[in-house]
Design a binder for this molecule. Structure first.
Ligand SMILES: Nc1ncnc2c1ncn2[C@@H]1O[C@H](COP(=O)(O)OP(=O)(O)OP(=O)(O)O)[C@@H](O)[C@H]1O
Ligand SMILES: [Mg+2]
Length: 706
């Protein structure tokens, strides 16, 4: 079905089967109205009268799936390219949540197959706990069904919409059901389901096994059986695979599946990812940490976060016999003593039955809850990445010479605990500055350079002989090879090396945003993270910045917000809302990493300027010594040695060496960075700062700003 057809397959089928008139979907007009309406263009005034009764006959309940099918942009399905990413993202986020919750180190297989020009099959498998048979249809065939909405605990998913919405989008655009394979143990059967959502009623329909699904007994060659259904099941003892066919577009670059998976690997160093892309290439992201993040605990709501209406409902639904028990059992941080004080302040007895409280009493209780001094919520519900792992993750993925990270202490917005973490890398071109594989292939084919070294120095802006050698070393290729004769594997090696090497400086700061370890790739402008980066004064830390803009400089900033409930601006979970408490924490974190960056840049510049000063002294000292020897008749070598000593002393900073933590090796009373930093000694810069490109030069920037 082409994209130009407005009726989607299942919608069309419903209309035909229900015998509605597809050609005139507008409702029929009512009786003649008393008040004439505007001219309809034919000269006759249109007269319509709608009575309360005729309106009543048109009132209908709207199912949540019908609503989101119409408003799919709210869920991140606004264009085919984004649809592909959102589908992968929902499945991968669920897989990671499930593994972590079950205490298993996650291993994920992502496979995207191109079936036709605009049609793909996305399949994602995990080694998680699997899903019990009864739950499978509801999870994948019903919107707003999930295990995470009603609890306060940090997880990637929270709404109960994600994967069923992706399945629904697949069904709407291709008419194909979602395939699910799940197993909960080595001695248990493998469940195989094909499910589609009945959009009109928001309920699942099982398509295979006569409406019952299929069970494949253990040791019965599930992988072969599933291969017949185009499913690549990794034979694991427990885990889940979900496969969705959808209309989509695959394109690399900013906001792509590739970028999302790469950024996921940075923030989740305990995950192993295998990615098979639509062009048949495989990408491996092995884990760099062998331990799971600390398990976040589930907490009860904090009294400061509750609203009056919610409190009234909670009182009504309470199963606690007394007000005292209700307060201690429903909220976090309320001890029996605090409960007593709250009840007293509201002029209530702690022995009252909470169900019997009237509206005025509930309001008095609400006020007392807000006024009582209650400890901040427990923070073991949060699981930050940690400074050490952020440094390691960034070092792995983003080239640079200076790295630092800060994890702020937990804070609270609307009663919900949250925590901000920031990692900063300076010096390398950020990961987004890359030559695409296609461009590289084309350049290699087109070049008239005879050697690879010549190709590199003449093709890329600013790559000098040292830069070329560094690239070649990294790619394990010989300098004299002919660029046109590289084998596929060698081209791949060169491409990988180019990804890691600095190709341009002078770009704007690259901000990688994360919420609960999930990369946020869209709506940067609407996100509190970007807005706070822009309103922070980075000039104080040695970067250039125009007012209310992202600073310039070879800087990558990774920002992570962890919370039991991330306040997203929409259901598609792309941007974080700007609560003042969150903005404050962001600003403090930016200032902490900014101060360390400023300190590093000042030290580095001091070494450089003093080095230059010393070079000038050294150049002229010999002549000065000669002249003084002639005029004063003293020994030339002696005076030269003396002058040398003075020159070295006054330019002593040129000798300052920084250890890998950025502290001077020479004791000179410098202040400390006061936090973890990592300094990677740089060889002579391969690529000088080159913000502007001359016309006709090769554009090496693949990702452009949105
Ligand atoms: N791979 C999986 N393994 C085990 N359980 C899963 C898996 N995928 C989904 N689930 C279960 O299905 C539920 C629904 O998933 P869904 O993605 O629709 O919602 P969610 O993850 O709770 O929230 P969100 O809409 O924010 O993603 C999850 O809460 C989880 O309990
Ligand atoms: Mg989910």
């Amino acid at each position: 079905m082409g994209t130009d057809v407005c009726w989607e397959l299942p919608t069309l089928a419903t209309l035909i089967f229900e015998n509605q008139d597809v050609t005139s979907p507008l409702p029929s007009e009512g009786e003649a109205a008393a008040v004439p309406r505007a001219d309809d263009g034919n000269g006759t005034p249109r007269r319509i009268r709608v009575t309360a009764e005729s309106m009543a006959s048109k009132q209908r309940e709207i199912s949540v799936s019908e609503f989101f099918a119409k408003n799919r942009h709210l869920l991140g399905f606004d264009n085919p390219r984004k649809a592909l990413l959102t589908t992968v993202k929902e499945a991968v986020d669920n897989a990671l949540d499930a593994c972590e919750e079950a205490g298993l180190l996650p291993e994920i297989w992502v496979r995207i197959e191109a079936l036709a020009e605009n049609r793909f099959r996305v399949s994602v498998q995990d080694n998680g706990p699997g899903i019990v048979k009864k739950q499978i249809p509801l999870i994948f065939g019903k919107l707003l069904y999930g295990s995470k909405f009603h609890r306060l605990r940090q997880s990637r998913g929270q709404q109960g919409i994600g994967i069923s919405a992706a399945g629904m989008y697949g069904l709407l655009t291709t008419g194909r059901p979602v395939s699910i394979v799940s197993r909960t143990g080595s001695k248990r059967p493998v469940h195989f389901y094909q499910i589609q959502i009945d959009t009109k009623h928001n309920r699942p329909e099982i398509v295979n096994g006569k409406g019952e699904g299929v069970d494949i007994p253990p040791n019965d060659g599930a992988a072969e059986f599933l291969r017949e259904h185009q499913l690549h099941w990794q034979d694991v003892d427990h885990g889940t695979l979900v496969a969705i066919e959808l209309e989509a577009k695959y394109q690399r670059g900013r906001g792509s599946v590739d970028e999302y998976l790469e950024q996921t690997a940075i923030a989740n160093p305990h995950v192993t990812l295998h990615y098979h892309d639509p062009e048949g290439r495989t990408h491996e992201y092995p884990r760099v940490a062998e331990v799971l993040p600390a398990e976040p605990k589930e907490i009860k709501p904090h009294p400061y976060g509750v609203e009056l209406g919610t409190l009234i409902t909670m009182l009504k639904d309470s199963k606690s016999g007394t007000l005292g028990r209700f307060l201690t059992e429903s909220f976090s941080r309320i001890s029996p003593a605090v409960a007593k004080r709250i009840a007293q302040a509201a002029s209530l007895s702690i022995r009252t039955n909470p169900k019997r409280l009237g509206r005025a009493q509930a309001e008095a209780l609400f006020q007392a809850l807000q006024n009582e001094k209650v400890q901040s919520p427990a923070v073991d519900c949060l699981s930050p990445i940690g400074e050490e792992l952020i440094l390691r993750g960034m070092r792995q993925m983003v080239p640079g010479e200076f790295y630092t990270a800060v994890t702020r202490p937990p804070a609270v917005y609307r009663g919900n605990p949250f925590q901000v973490e920031v990692g900063l890398s300076y010096g390398g071109g950020p990961a987004t500055y890359r030559v695409s594989k296609e461009l590289l292939e084309e350049l290699l084919a087109e070049t008239d350079a005879r050697t690879l070294r010549q190709f590199l120095t003449t093709t890329f802006d600013g790559v000098g002989p040292e830069g070329a050698d560094k690239l070649l070393r990294e790619a394990r290729l010989r300098a004299r090879m002919s660029p046109g004769r590289l084998k596929a594997r060698e081209r791949e090696q060169l491409f990988e090396a180019l990804r890691r090497v600095n190709l341009s400086e002078g770009q704007t700061m690259n901000v990688l945003r994360y919420a609960n370890r999930v990369p946020l790739l869209f709506q940067a402008g609407a996100c509190a993270i970007t807005q706070t980066v822009m309103s922070t004064n980075w000039r104080a830390y040695g970067l250039t910045q125009s007012r209310n803009a992202l600073p310039s400089g070879p800087v990558t900033l990774m920002v992570h917000i962890a919370s039991v409930w991330v306040p997203f601006t929409s259901e598609s979970k792309e941007a974080v809302a700007g609560y003042p408490e969150i903005q404050k924490e962001l600003r403090l974190a930016f200032q902490a990493v900014g101060r360390r960056l400023g300190m590093y840049l000042r030290r580095r510049d001091r070494v450089k300027t003093q080095g230059e000063r010393r070079n000038i002294f050294l150049r002229y000292l010999r002549e000065v010594a000669d002249a003084v020897a002639v005029i004063r008749g003293v020994d030339r070598d002696e005076i030269h040695a003396h002058l040398m000593q003075v020159a070295k002393r006054v330019t002593a900073a040129a000798d300052m060496k920084l250890d890998e933590h950025g502290n001077p090796i020479m004791e000179d009373g410098e202040e400390d960075f006061a936090g973890p930093v990592l300094i990677v000694p740089q060889e002579e810069k391969a690529v000088p700062a080159a913000a502007e490109k001359r016309p006709g030069e090769v554009q090496t920037r693949l990702f452009t700003d949105q």
